[in-house]
Write a protein that binds this ligand. Structure first.
Ligand SMILES: [Zn+2]
Ligand SMILES: [Zn+2]
Length: 175
């Protein structure tokens, strides 16, 4: 019997279509409604995000641009991202590869908001996790640029903790 491809066999083609629909449904089902904004409240946004797309970056650019030890972001597709208020300022960062990315931050309070491909119609927005209201539920799934990870990060759990403000005997809170 000659082999027939999905195109030649309507039943098989329907089965393939069903399966593709199912995969699409599962992706949509996994999407989580998130929202957030900058510290001063000028910039607000909302998005539908896949909780699997949370990552940490230890590269030195992310250390500098976040002003922190590493950066955490969640990637959303552009059709799932909406700015609700405010107009971010864009810093065009040039990567080692020469590619430019738009680093968006609040012009009033300086909170980093997202990064996207520089220019028109970016496909993705990498939202800075610290600005997302639901951030505690969004656990990172991967760490990039571990080569430049600060050496003391793995021992974070052993560093003494103060529940709120500093006690008189502790070093001052950096906030
Ligand atoms: Zn702000
Ligand atoms: Zn980075």
């Amino acid at each position: 019997m000659p082999a027939r491809g999905a195109k030649g066999d309507p039943a098989l083609a329907a089965l393939v279509r069903d399966r593709q629909d199912l995969v699409g449904d599962m992706r949509r089902f996994r999407l989580m409604k998130i929202d957030g904004g900058c510290h001063c409240g000028y910039i607000t946004y909302e998005a539908e995000a896949d909780p699997e797309k949370v990552g940490i970056c230890h590269c030195s650019d992310c250390q500098k641009l976040s002003g922190s030890a590493f950066r955490t972001a969640i990637r959303v597709t552009s059709d799932n991202f909406r700015m609700l208020s405010g107009e971010p300022t864009i810093y065009a960062k040039t990567a080692e590869s020469g590619a430019k990315s738009a680093q968006a931050f609040c012009p009033r309070c300086g909170s980093p908001i997202y990064a996207a491909r520089f220019g028109d119609a970016p496909k993705f927005y990498n939202i800075r996790l610290g600005t997302v209201r639901q951030r505690d539920q969004l656990v990172p799934k991967c760490q990039f640029w571990s080569r430049s990870e600060l050496h003391w990060l793995p021992s974070l759990a052993t560093i003494p903790k103060v529940e709120k403000q500093e006690r008189r005997t502790e070093p001052r809170s950096p906030a």
